[in-house]
Write a protein that binds this ligand. Sequence first.
Ligand code: HEC
Length: 324
Amino acid sequence: MKFMRFISAGLGAAALALSAQAAGGAKHPHAPEGGWDFQGPLGELDMDSVQRGYQVYREVCASCHSMRLLHYRNLGEPGGPFYDPEYPNANDNPLVKAFAAQDEILSTEPNDVGDYDYRPARTSDPFKSPYPNEQAARAANGGAYPPDLSVITKARAGGASYIYSLMTGYPEEAAITTHTIESVGEDGETVTEQQTLIEVAEMSVFEHGDSHYEGELVQPVGQYYNPYFAGDTSAQWQGDPRHAPPGGFLAMPPQLTPGRVEYLDGTEATVSQMAEDVAAFLQWAGEPKQTQRKSTGLAAMIYLAILAVLLWFSFHRIWRKVDH
Ligand code: HEC
């Protein structure tokens, strides 16, 4: 009886979860084709990708998103993307020094007349923030706050796959149409308004068997549709109300376009490549010592396995004269 109750409670919960999915929710994030190198207990970050990802962060994301928990020197520490065994102390690493020196930050030391000057950053400084505070960040982004990206892969379900999916999930040009709507305002003047519609079934993320998303989403001004962003699209959906597409609207416009950065290592900068690289970089940033953690873990497992075998034999040796 108890068992049956347990089963029906489980089924009820599953039905609830499914209906929640139908009412909105976000599309499940996915890894890039070929998966992630860092997955699994033995997986390691692809450091070339993390290096490129740093370039994407610097050239694209850093104009809006801070990464306050990272310092320039972290880039050159063991496990970091620019670690060089020739410079065990990352503060001596010329590449890391150059990265820091390219950023001008506000000094915390007053000058001779008591003002604060800008100075080139040092390896010991935290990454330069684009805005002095949250209020300034919101004011520049239509009220929305671009979150600090230091630990974003830990803070969002799906981690690096979420970043990858979010960055590549925006509607393609072909799915977007803009209309001009004319209406008569209160004082009798004609008011023209731009309206952006998203043809959801045209989006490549919905290609496979998602034909019930025939219809359009009316994109609110300053907001951008993304099927991976947690939200609710039912109020903006003009198609079948039972099949409002998953996802939501966020204040971040699509960031990656082909060739948006010119990779120093010559890799072709496709949208998918840049999204994968920046996600790998953020994965590293969320846990800069993950490579060491995994290799220490592996050594500990081997040690414990050998210890277990030794214990097994000594146990039998010690008790060999005792009947049991
Ligand atoms: C023009 C400014 C701007 C740039 C450039 C930018 N973002 Fe954003 N980003 C935002 C804003 C604003 C938000 C907050 C959106 C919201 O909550 O509606 C945001 C939110 C995010 C989020 C959080 C989404 C969530 O689940 O809450 C992630 C992750 C993100 N951005 C990653 C990136 C990455 C990676 C780049 C670089 C490739 C980037 N952003 C470039 C403005 C920007």
